[in-house]
Write a protein that binds this ligand. Structure first.
Ligand code: DX5
Ligand code: ZN
Length: 220
């Protein structure tokens, strides 16, 4: 089984000490730090903005994998880039011209990702795959941590992985939602290269983070 990158979602961290949490999960072996940005409009929850991303930036050198669940999204791209995002992922439903949006992200010198909700088909990527660095397959409906993995998304991951191989592209396939030691190997087998985990990464507090990440990688 290929070795995945692990991108823990700080949505499940202790928000009262986010700097320490980011540092601890970095030390525990996280490859990227997944930051879920929600606006209470595109998704039914509110989280954090560019100010918090900027405040977290000195606490780790790992890439910030910023998942924007906000609409309209375009006006916030510069702010997240300036705050220290390395990868900026958007949903095609969150703006009128997703192709323009990903071009804008790349023009800021950042990696561009597109996220597909559970009901959004892989076909959405037909004219985007060459323009992006990452596809984020949502294996839950976005908005909350701790939801159950939607198994039909494995087929979508497979189909995207086939497209990436066929077109000979370098595009990461990241899966987000309900990832634990049981669903992680299923996602990797389907072709995922990056695993997001909130609940499963932060469960048990800082003393457990290294073991949690090892279990997700299959090293457990
Ligand atoms: C949901 C977020 C996810 C979520 C994952 O909208 O995008 O990143 O926090 O949490 P778990 O791993 O608990 O499903
Ligand atoms: Zn996310």
């Amino acid at each position: 089984m290929a070795r995945p990158l692990i991108s823990p979602s700080i949505l499940s961290a202790d928000f009262a000490k986010l700097g320490e949490e980011v540092h601890a999960i970095d030390e525990a072996g996280a490859n990227w730090i997944h930051i879920d940005v929600m606006d209470g409009h595109f998704v039914p929850n509110l989280t954090i903005g560019p100010g918090v991303v900027k405040a977290l930036r000195p606490h780790t050198a790992k890439p910030f994998d910023v998942h924007l669940m906000i609409s309209p999204v375009d006006n916030f791209l510069d702010a997240f880039a300036e705050a220290g995002a390395d990868i900026i992922t958007v949903h095609p439903e969150a703006g009128p011209h997703v192709h323009r949006t990903v071009q804008h992200v790349r023009s800021l010198g950042k990696k561009a990702g597109v996220s597909l909700n559970p009901a959004t088909p892989a076909k959405m990527l037909d004219y985007l795959l060459e323009e992006i660095d990452l596809v984020l397959v949502m294996s839950v409906n976005p908005g909350f941590g701790g939801q159950k993995f939607i198994a039909s998304q494995l087929r979508k991951i497979e189909s995207i992985a086939n497209q990436v191989a066929k077109k000979n592209l370098v595009v990461d396939i990241e899966v987000d939602g309900g990832i634990d030691a049981v669903t992680a190997p299923q996602a990797i087998d389907a072709g995922a290269t990056v695993l997001v985990a909130g609940t499963a990464a932060f469960r048990g507090g800082p003393g457990k983070y290294a073991a949690n990440i090892a279990a997700l990688r299959g090293d457990g």
